[in-house]
Design a protein around this ligand. Sequence first.
Ligand code: CDP
Length: 784
Amino acid sequence: MSVQVQPHGGIGESYKRKEDARFVRGRGTYLDDVVLPGMLHMAILRSPHAHARIRSLDVSRAAASPGVVAVVTGELLAQHKLAWMPTLSGDTQAVLATDKVRFQGQEVAAVVAESRYLAEDALGAIEVDYEVLPAVTSPQQAMRPDAPLIRDDKEGQGDNHIYHWEAGSKEDTDAAFARAARVVRLTTHYPRSHPAPLETCGIVADVDPATGKATLYLTSQAPHAIRTVFALVAGLPEHQIRVIAPDIGGGFGNKVPVYPGYVVATAASLLLGRPVKWVEDRTENLISTGFARDFHMTGELALDEQGKMLGLRVHLDSDNGAFYADAQPSKFRAGLFHIVTGSYDIPAAHVSADGWYTNKAPGGVAYRCSFRVTEASYLIERLVTNAALELGLDPAELRLRNFIRPEQFPYRSATGWVYDSGNYPAALRLALEKLGYEELRREQAERRARGELMGIGLASFTEVVGAGHGADFDILGLRMFDSAELRVHPTGKAVLKLGVKTQGQGHETTFAQIVAEELGIPAADVEVQHGDTDHTPYGLGTYASRSTPVAGAATAVIARKLRDKARKLAAHLLEAAEDDLEWERGRFFVRGSPERAKTIQEIAFAAYTNLPEGMEAGLEGVTYYDPPNMTFPFGTYAVVVDVDKGTGQVRVRRVVAVDDCGVRINPMIVEGQIHGGLCEGFGIAFTEQITFDPEGNCIGSNFTDYLLPTAWETPRFECHATVTPSPHHPLGAKGVGESATVGSPAAYVNAVIDALWPHGITNLDMPVTSDKVWAALRAKGVTE
Ligand code: CDP
């Protein structure tokens, strides 16, 4: 007979996800599952035009439609000073348009009715007279002197320029280029993409007319920060606002900002005294909520004769849409883009960036990304591969020659980042070994000789995650700490309350594992709570892979603090000196007498029943962790492709991933995160983009145009790891949530370019669709 031993669930165990017990049974509570008595439903009228003046708006027929309780307009909101709201980047954004519409899909009016059907029906009865204006759909158009002025609402705004920003030393970089033997250039566009979570955004706003308390059920990755934003915008005291983020069906950055629909629903509930629900449909989500990327980038890499990198010069133009609403809390205007020197020891670098208004949806969210690190990683990894191909060097060899060496850490980059740790050659070498690189290169040579197209692409990315220390990061002045509150009950079971908010990453499991490791209580006995501002300590939320670096550290710190108190209690119970006690996971024992021991459960009971003189009862505490630096996960992704000459179709044959996120709390969950990211990277590289026609009509407004990869076309992923602990994180962990989304697009595209390079094709902008590949091959006379 075999005895089933319940796993402890400490760090390093692939412990099964606790939250899946409810998810796989369909027992999760998502926003649309929230149903309150007397609840009304809201639908939003959106602009069909990208740029138009509103001559008139008549809602009288809609207001008289069956079941309609109210129609909210910008004019009505203006009476309450809510027609405009601040953005996370210090700009203003229209909640409901009053003067002009500035992108297709912009919010114009909202109907609140007894049902969603009746609200949607009444939208058709709203009459808007638009004077259509010419639309601006790219930074190149926006910067023309005769370009239409988009933000004529802003005093002193005479053009479409938002910001200019620089990092690094121009002088040193110019000097490096002056002595370079070779300069390699690449101009590329990282297309506008969308996080496209399975669950769209939504709110149930419930303002109690008796108490004035606003309870907002919200698809939010950052409930506490959102509550503060609401308090500041609406002028309500914070204790009168409760934000509850229920189960979230994917966020990926899309659920960080405050969207106009949230403000309108809350205002409607306040005015009507009834709960109001608003849930986006798929098209609303894709056309109006936070997009990602849309950077036009030029990179130049200066090298000496041996292929040693001397300098990097980068310029980018950022397409920010109609309102500058980048959701990024750094003091840098282009986010963390200046990590663009990547994994390489480049002595001089200069980055310049310009932001532009266009007639497109606002956003610039960190789609599974640390605030623009994705664009940076893509640019440098494409540039390095092109440099190798131009110089006739193996792309792996050029990387190895230029990596920051393990002994150089901590390493200060030319743009000012202090990388905490890394071992880039180890990750690359492991990837090459697992791939069978040399054999594949031999196969490639043979295939090339037969006229076939095969490519091997590498990307040795470095990230910067864990926002972030107070010197560089804040939201409305709030430092980017995070918190953990741990309470051990008398029976030795625990509740851990977090300021971060899981959206599928498995926090209810991995954070319990941290407690299991540090305090010895089995993970099964640790309940993790999050997402309710009335019942969790203040935190800045989950995005940009910051949960493990910041809240994970807070959890370890508070568990250790409770362990310190537990030691005192154990000494009391064992009548021994504290210094004579040794800790092994789950119990203290007297050194030399392991049988004289007290388990953490016995100690927890004593914390409420049998205390030493003068000690406070209970075993609980809260801690706030302000990280001293970011963490720098890294890795190498390697992709093998075969390209069909006749059709341009790319078949991804192999994907090998080596990730280093330091100490892994749950290797299975880490691997799941990497699978998801490699899949998203595949979609971005080959199929996904939101684009616009010359009138500013959004193409990519549904899942037949915005092509998410499914299990059918996604390749198989082979995952491996190296472990380089973060020196400053209490557990040695680094974030991992975004790594593969950030790092893999360059590997996929590098593989395609590696295949096509012999035919003079040096770049293809993403998405690398088969018709693009085919057209490029045709232009070079490779295919007919
Ligand atoms: O902030 P977010 O949760 O999106 O990203 P993360 O901190 O990288 O964590 C993603 C998931 O991977 C969480 O469940 C983490 O606890 C887990 N993880 C881990 O097990 N070990 C690491 N070194 C990093 C993350």
